[in-house]
Design a protein around this ligand. Structure first.
Ligand SMILES: [Cu+2]
Length: 190
């Protein structure tokens, strides 16, 4: 009985610790990564750095009827398809585009997804996935114009978030996560 109680408390402690580790102090700042069509090229346009605790908003500024929908998907650095060949086979088994679709609960028969956003790891933008079973955070922009999402950046400071679109695998980007600047203590005025 005593052993069981100890085991249960240990589990509760672990859970509490995970909960604490996932929390980031909100900075009140919102950063934006937009999806744009410029001179016939689809691309992500975003900042080089974001701060832990910022809101990171993804905005689709393209017309899905014209270019199709997008995903904004956090992937490991090595998962970004680098060659035309890799991009061509991206939506086949064991490759990152199909893997991303599966994070969203994609059903090949119905071609529908059941999860959006797809969540992995701590709440917020935190976790990069790969093609071999590790899920990442991802958002599907949908078929309607003007889609957007905003989540807190909860990845650890010092990490670089690599991202891509599973529909247009040449759309890729990265952003470095930096630590919040600790505000200076107020100087006494008297
Ligand atoms: Cu896209």
């Amino acid at each position: 009985m005593r052993a069981l109680v100890l085991a249960v408390s240990a589990a509760a402690l672990t859970l509490a610790f995970v909960g604490t580790a996932a929390a980031a102090t909100p900075t009140g700042v919102t950063d934006q990564i937009s999806i744009e069509l410029t001179k016939g090229k689809l691309k992500f346009v975003g900042p080089e750095t974001v701060t832990v605790g910022d809101q990171l908003e993804i905005v689709n500024k393209t017309n899905p009827r014209q270019v199709g929908p997008h995903t904004f998907s956090l992937v490991t650095k090595g998962s970004q398809p680098k060659t035309p060949k890799a991009r061509k086979r991206c939506f086949t088994p064991k490759h990152i585009c199909l893997a991303i679709a599966l994070w969203h609960g994609f059903n090949p028969k119905t071609e529908q997804i059941t999860k959006n956003p797809a969540k992995a790891g701590p709440a917020g933008w935190s976790t990069a996935g790969n093609a071999t079973g590790k899920k990442g955070d991802s958002w599907f922009s949908g078929e309607k114009k003007g889609g957007h999402i905003s989540q807190e950046v909860t990845a650890e400071a010092g990490t670089t978030l690599y991202y891509m679109c599973a529909v247009h695998p040449w759309m890729q980007g990265k952003v470095t996560v930096v630590a919040p600047v600790v505000p200076p203590l107020p100087t006494p005025t008297s």
